[in-house]
Design a protein around this ligand. Structure first.
Ligand SMILES: Cc1cc2nc3c(=O)[nH]c(=O)nc-3n(C[C@H](O)[C@H](O)[C@H](O)COP(=O)(O)O)c2cc1C
Length: 376
């Protein structure tokens, strides 16, 4: 493996406007409580992009139940500040993932930028209004899409409403973890078309850059996510037009990942057959480990005990279960009552590793070949 990597091209830095990220690897935002400042800082310290998930990020604050919004905004700012401080000068970047489906979306965007986040990455819906919330920001605004159509729609809308283009685009395919932007019956065909979709999004990007009609042509880097696990996966995505990749599942089983150790162990213990598609109250399918909680949700509704109104479209009186409670339970290690989101590759983890070990493997740095270590 190391010998193979040493023969490959060095990964090139990713330029998003004036933001240069030394290694073109994003660690995707993982809520609730899976990617906080610990993981994001470790990734940025290796030169990648560490993404903090804003989803219910204040769940450990003492006033979370009664003061949810304030607790979330306080914890969000603290996590961004900490991650920036811990990774300063390493050539990486810190971003915040904010789902369009959350209530108080605008407040989360503004708080992230006030705290100094380099990027806002936003999916689970189309972030049509994002540039209007922070019109003068230098932070990079990056939508997540699941199709070329969605990419085209965002590009056209942002141009028309705000005379601007996305700074980059993340394309997330159906092998991803957490909520998926596909109907269950679309998953197989979407995976079949994964690489073609990368090329189609590139075409939409090309059309958008032309339509922008600016004297200086902007680039829109494309970051590809969903099932990317090895250097071979990265190279293949790049051969089809990706400028960078986003990986999440791979980073869960690291020492630095912020989630409870039992959550990480569940990945290590899972077999391929344990990874399933679940229904989520968000209204999209999700991918998770089929633990006792998931099996209980399949038998009937688990009425929420309380509600802090986290999602715009959730109806507490009909929701199949409370997604916030289920994800918080998992984050703190109550797996009996927790939803363990994961990507399709979670079964491949066989031990706890470190972020640096993963970066060394993926970039080929410190790769040893017969006769000693080799520059790549
Ligand atoms: C545990 C977990 C939680 C996630 N939570 C979120 C989230 O809150 N918001 C979001 O946009 N994506 C979320 N995702 C999706 C990831 O950010 C990422 O794009 C995707 O999982 C990449 O595929 P991979 O896991 O195969 O690398 C989550 C993924 C996982 C595994």
């Amino acid at each position: 493996m190391d010998t193979q990597i040493s023969n490959k091209r060095k990964l090139q830095p990713l330029k998003i406007g004036d933001l240069e990220i030394k290694v073109p690897i994003f660690q995707g935002g993982m809520g609730i409580g899976v990617s906080l400042s610990g993981l994001a800082a470790a990734v940025a310290a290796c030169g990648g992009a560490g993404i903090i998930s804003a989803a219910q990020i204040g769940f450990m604050e003492s006033d979370f139940e009664e003061n949810t919004l304030e607790a979330n905004l306080r914890a969000l700012k603290r996590n961004v500040t900490d991650a920036l401080k811990k990774s300063a000068g390493a050539g990486g970047a810190i971003g915040v993932n904010i789902m369009c489906a959350v209530r108080h979306y605008e407040e989360f965007v503004k708080a992230s930028i006030e705290a100094g986040a380099h990027m806002i990455i936003s999916g689970a819906g189309l972030p049509m209004n994002l540039p209007g919330i922070v019109p003068d920001t230098q932070a990079k605004l990056i939508p997540i899409v699941s199709s070329a159509r969605a990419a085209g729609l965002i590009i056209k809308t942002w141009l028309k409403r705000y005379d601007r283009l996305p700074d980059a685009i993340v394309f997330e395919g159906p092998e991803a973890g957490g909520h998926l932007g596909f109907k269950p019956e679309e998953l197989d065909s979407a995976q079949h078309n994964f690489y073609r979709t990368i090329e189609e999004i590139r075409e939409e990007i090309g059309k958008g850059i032309e339509a922008a009609n600016k004297a200086v042509k902007q680039t829109i880097p494309l970051i590809v996510a969903g099932g990317i696990y090895s250097r071979e996966d990265i190279d293949k995505a790049m051969e089809h037009g990706a400028d960078g990749v986003q990986m999440s599942t791979r980073f869960v089983t690291t020492e630095e990942c912020d989630v409870h150790p039992d959550f990480k162990q569940a990945y290590i213990d899972a077999g391929k057959e344990d990874i399933v598609i679940v229904k989520s109250p968000v209204g999209m399918p999700g991918r998770a480990i089929a633990n006792t909680f998931v099996k209980r949700t399949m038998q009937g509704r688990i009425p929420p005990e309380s509600c802090n109104g986290c999602l715009t479209h959730c109806r507490p009186d009909t929701t199949p279960y409370c997604i916030t409670k289920a994800l918080i339970n998992a984050a703190v290690g109550d797996l009996e009552n927790g939803l363990i989101f994961c990507g399709s590759n979670a079964w491949r983890a066989d031990r706890i590793t470190t972020v640096k070990e993963i970066f060394d493997e993926l970039t080929g740095e410190n790769a040893t070949v017969e006769g000693g270590s080799e520059e790549v």
